[in-house]
Design a protein around this ligand. Sequence first.
Ligand code: NAD
Length: 260
Amino acid sequence: MAEKWAVVTGAGSGIGAVVAGAAVKNGYRVAAWDLNREGLEALAAGIGDGCETRVCDITDEAAVEAAVAALPGAPAVLVNCAGVVRFGPLLELPLEKWELALRVNLTGTFLVGRTVARRMAAAGRGSIINIASINGIAAAPHAGGYTASKAGVVRLSEQQAMEWASLGIRVNTVAPGLIDAGMSDAIYADAEVRRVREGAVPLRRLGTSDDIADTVLFLASEQASYITGQCLTVDGGLTKSTLANLPRPAAVDAVGPDAT
Ligand SMILES: NC(=O)c1ccc[n+]([C@@H]2O[C@H](COP(=O)([O-])OP(=O)(O)OC[C@H]3O[C@@H](n4cnc5c(N)ncnc54)[C@H](O)[C@@H]3O)[C@@H](O)[C@H]2O)c1
């Protein structure tokens, strides 16, 4: 396989589409997989020759095996970006909503990872980037099964990294924060919600799909050849800001028994 292939799931929309486009710009041929046929067609129209699209349900084992078998060789990179969110308070959450989040976000990430990693292992190299979320790091109310599924993605990536390091495969997670794209479009269409959320981020802006694509391409690259098993949070500082806004009296510049 002379060309460097990158498989991108969830490439028919939002962040995945931007990651696919950025990968092509960086010299990869992209296998773009999604359930969303129209989204894939729009992607192909924008990217042209650089990508091959395929309708593939990442929760369907036979479909994933067929998609991997159709690749001309072992991909250099896999980006697991397909995901769903179904909101609702846990007390009333229907089992179907819980199971959908777990099945797509966690089981789908496992299934595609396992199938692609078998090809990477045979080639003795590969880089996998699983897209989680800051919801996998800090719980958000009413996120349904999303929080547990994304926390699962973080741990799954660590386990994959440990099991597959000796095979030449690196595995890392990217945890996007408040991203102005894709599944969050409906949230940021509300001007007041947008203003409050922007204000909560230490860097005072929402993230973009490009912020995520840049991070993914770094982790895929040789510059990251010594990085595996890590979760890189791309959130403008949001998840580190717990203590950022606590007041302290201006006159107090030391505390404790020896304070002077
Ligand atoms: N947008 C955000 O604010 C944000 C924040 C943190 C994390 N993320 C994560 O980033 C990833 C991309 O999200 P997005 O905002 O671009 O959302 P999106 O809804 O625009 O894209 C997700 C894509 O996944 C596809 N998909 C869903 N189920 C699938 C399945 N079974 N098989 C194949 N494809 C399937 C959808 O068709 C869709 O094209 C997701 O994993 C999401 O959880 C997004």
